[in-house]
Design a protein. Structure first.
Length: 540
């Protein structure tokens, strides 16, 4: 849990208004014209949504963000999927019809669905799954989700280059065409991992033919309920129903996903009938928006946090990090946002095994000042100006400005703010994160290991660069522990190391999803995993 090109001299904000004006002009009076949309689409057949930004990549072995995964979840599928209507997210068959394990959950067997074809007519085979897993783990792919499959025997050694032959990794196709998986240690929830887009099957022949352009609409091949029809970069994406999909066909023919970063602009378009749903609402308007009949709200398994680049002075000093965490009043931030967010100081969100409210450093301005003195900065003029970065969005800026003001008031230090568009921001995090950076983590699967795993020393999504052998060991032990009480204790200890002893992160709050959904839309997917899969959506 929990992601735009340069328009030259025209600013992003101006472009969003130009786009909005274009929508308003494109749909004018007259019955025929009101039914017609851009890209040759008909209103009656099209669900119109907003995804805020350009997806950084639709290469599902490489993507790391929810913007990309929303598109991928609709054009692709994995072996297994969630029943999103079930509050416990029961697993159900997708490309695999059944699966089973041995008694200690170290060996899993998956039986694949027969008669499935890619949208270019090529039969789906077990080898396409193994090809994806090999590519995900291959060091040359440099996937930040490679650690997802580290539970496979020898997978980490292969990803680190110690083993060169993928045949030594614990994933095989047996004589009956089933996928057989051997794990390093017991993992009862292993099938959950296969619901994630990074593990979806892939066609290496298509990648070899088209290179980095393989995800363009004219090249990409997929297996999901929708096909990628249009990718108008930095403007919109169009998905079209896959008439050859193996399962029940999507009820809506087209999905038109606009990329409008300004939430106020998107809200105006919704109000004028040019958008059918909004997944992100301007927090300043929530008091009024909550009264509307189109409003939906759900708590989600997601943590909003700031991380410290622990290799960048003065953040390499744990006393400085602790001082900053103590100096931030989280409730002041959630009160400002007014969206029902829950302030947290621990790492695992409420409602999940591992949550413990007492974990983490609490707001204490006096202790914060004492720690900064102890760190050698009793003379505040010697403390350097630090940078706090975030990706472009109004509410991210509001949170960053609040923290900037609190640190100035409670510690007397100067903080510069820096924001970048999502795609550029992710690249910056991977190469050289600022002193403090904003991120959120939305559960890939409903298990605490998904949250704990990203902060291990071997995770490519641990942008803090903080490492703890003890933390790694506790997370490893918790994965194999079958007793929930003992597993809880392991996660609590590990969180104390992360948030108190190491103070590598500043957790702020557990997130809440606020949506607007037009009345003409039926069965819109609203769930705690914030998975927006549109196959069962219909339009009046």
């Amino acid at each position: 849990m929990p992601v735009l090109k340069d328009f030259g001299k025209i600013s992003k904000k101006l472009m969003s208004w130009v786009l909005a004006l274009g929508f308003l002009l494109a749909v004018s009076s007259g019955c025929t014209r009101e039914r017609r949309l851009e890209y040759g689409l008909e209103l009656a057949d099209t669900l119109r949504i907003n995804i805020l930004s350009e997806p950084p990549t639709l290469d599902w072995n490489r993507s790391t963000d929810t913007t990309s995964s929303l598109i991928q979840d609709n054009i692709m599928e994995g072996l297994i999927q969630y029943d999103l209507k079930d509050p416990d997210f029961r697993l159900k068959p997708a490309l695999a019809t059944e699966w089973s394990s041995n008694e200690d959950f170290t060996r899993w067997v998956f039986t694949l669905r027969e008669g499935v074809e890619w949208n270019d007519g090529v039969p789906f085979k077990a080898e396409h799954v193994l090809a994806s897993w090999e590519r995900l783990l291959n060091p040359q792919t440099a996937s930040e989700y490679a650690y997802f499959l580290y539970s496979l025997k020898n997978a980490r050694l292969y990803n680190e280059g110690s083993i060169k032959d993928f045949a030594q990794v614990g994933a095989k196709v047996d004589s009956e065409g089933r996928i057989v998986v051997e794990l390093e240690q017991p993992k009862t929830y292993f099938p959950m991992l296969l619901t994630h887009s990074s593990t979806f099957p892939i066609r290496t022949d298509v990648i070899a033919k088209h290179g980095d352009q393989w995800t363009e609409p004219e090249n990409i091949v997929t297996l999901g309920a929708y096909n990628l029809k249009v990718w108008d970069h930095d403007r919109a994406i169009v998905l079209e129903r896959n008439e050859n999909y193996y399962g029940e066909k999507a009820l809506v023919k087209n999905i038109l996903a606009y990329m409008i970063n300004e939430t106020s602009t998107a809200l105006n378009l919704f109000d004028s009938g040019r958008l059918d749903s909004l997944h992100t609402l301007p927090s300043r308007e929530l008091v009024h928006l909550k009264r509307r009949k189109e409003y939906r709200e759900t708590g989600i398994m997601a943590t909003y946090y700031f991380g410290f680049n622990t290799t960048r002075p003065p953040m390499d000093n744990v006393l400085v990090r602790r001082a900053i965490v103590h100096a931030v009043d989280r409730k002041q931030i959630t009160d400002m946002l007014g969206g029902g967010q829950i302030p947290i100081s621990n790492w695992v969100p409420p409602g999940m095994l591992g949550y413990e409210a007492d974990v983490g450093l609490k707001f204490d301005a006096d202790e914060a000042r004492r720690l900064l003195d102890e760190a050698g900065f009793a003379d505040r003029s010697t403390f350097p100006t630090i940078t706090l970065s975030f990706n472009t969005l109004e509410d991210h800026r509001r949170v960053a400005e609040n923290i900037q003001a609190q640190l100035r008031r409670n510690l007397g230090i100067n903080v510069e703010l820096a924001n970048e568009e999502w795609k550029v921001y992710l690249r910056s995090l991977s190469t050289n994160p600022s002193h403090i950076y904003r991120l959120g983590w939305l559960a890939d699967y409903p298990d605490p290991d998904n949250f704990m795993g990203i902060m291990t020393s071997f995770s490519d999504q641990n942008y803090t660069r903080w490492k703890s052998e003890r933390y790694d060991e506790l997370v490893r032990q918790a994965v194999a522990e079958g007793d929930p009480a003992k597993r809880q204790a392991l996660y609590v200890e590990a969180q104390r190391i992360l948030t108190e002893e190491g103070a590598a992160v500043l957790p702020l709050f557990a997130q809440v999803n606020h949506l607007l959904v037009n009345e003409r839309v039926q069965n819109y997917p609203v769930n705690r995993l914030a998975r927006f899969i549109f196959r069962e959506v219909s339009l009046k």
